[in-house]
Design a protein around this ligand. Structure first.
Ligand code: ATR
Length: 275
């Protein structure tokens, strides 16, 4: 018998790479698990659809844009990380209850090389661009890694609210301050959706003000070298995209559902290489 049905839900969900990642592990580990599916769920039908999927025997779901907050509200029990980030990307249906957690922060941390954490984050000034759901996950992780956090968002009030809710000490910068202070940062991460759509994009920051040893991270992974990364590289800075974070959050969800730590192989990364 096949057991532990899992899937990703989102709206839209077609673009999701999660099925490729999870099915790679299910196949390679020869686990007796049904193929991981992708299911489009409209936000207006979220609650009923979750109940439907539980009735259909689903054991776990990944939740992606724009449903993470709805999943947070639907869960009966929440992990501390979900409470702090107000988002759920992983649901588990067990003992008649819905458990929600968020594996994005651990996915982000696991995507970073040890020397980056030690030399660019720990007790160092880190700049987070954006104040949406992804920013909360990154801020949570940076705080756990002892980073000193500053944030800049187009809508400044969102940083104020986030700071209050997360109870983390965050320096809130406006557009002028962020460029003036850019040289203070050893780590800069883009969590905004700028760069997700094609076409001309405005620059979020002026990298010519950054110090040469600053490390630049973009949560976006398609294209492999994002516009944000290219701007940083043009100023001599080292960069990383969000692909390993995507794999890291998937691995953490996989472990929660199946109790197995999957291997992040070169094969898998090649499967996911998009350009
Ligand atoms: P996610 O869950 O992926 O974080 P989100 O919660 O919708 O998505 O957050 C999107 C982030 O991208 C926000 O910080 C948003 O800024 P606002 O709070 O001002 O809306 C940011 N963002 C989106 N489009 C942007 C743009 N054109 N310029 C600057 N920031 C932008």
């Amino acid at each position: 018998m096949l057991y532990k049905k899992t899937a990703v839900i989102g709206h839209p969900v077609d673009h999701s790479l999660s099925p490729t990642i999870h099915n790679h592990w299910i196949k390679n580990l020869a686990l007796n698990i049904e193929d991981y599916k992708k299911i489009d769920v409209h936000p207006n039908e979220f609650s009923d659809e979750i109940d439907n999927l539980i009735d259909q025997g689903y054991y776990g779901l990944n939740v992606t844009v724009p449903l993470k907050e709805l999943a947070y509200k639907k869960a009966d029990r929440l992990s501390d990380v979900s409470k702090a980030t107000k988002a759920v990307n992983t649901l588990v249906f067990k003992n008649g209850q819905i458990f929600g957690t968020n594996t994005d922060p651990v996915g982000f941390e696991s995507s970073l090389a040890k020397n980056i954490i030690e030399n660019k984050i720990k007790n160092k000034k880190c700049l987070v661009l954006g104040a949406g759901g992804s920013a909360r996950a990154i801020i949570y992780a940076l705080d756990k890694m002892s980073g000193k956090i500053s944030a800049y968002n187009r809508t400044e009030e969102k940083v104020v609210l986030l700071k209050k809710q997360m109870k983390i000490n965050i320096e809130n910068l406006d557009a002028t301050e962020v460029n003036k202070k850019l040289e203070e940062f050893s780590f800069i991460v883009n969590t905004t959706s700028v760069g997700l759509s094609s076409g001309p994009q405005k620059d979020l920051v002026d990298f010519s003000n950054a110090t040469k040893n600053c490390f630049v991270y973009d949560l976006i992974y398609k294209p492999k070298e994002t516009g944000f990364m290219k701007q940083a590289q043009a100023n001599g800075l080292s960069t990383q995209n969000g692909l390993n974070m995507l794999i890291g959050q998937a691995a953490a969800s996989f472990y929660i559902w199946h109790g197995v730590n999957p291997e992040v192989s070169v094969d898998l990364i090649q499967n996911l290489a998009t350009d």
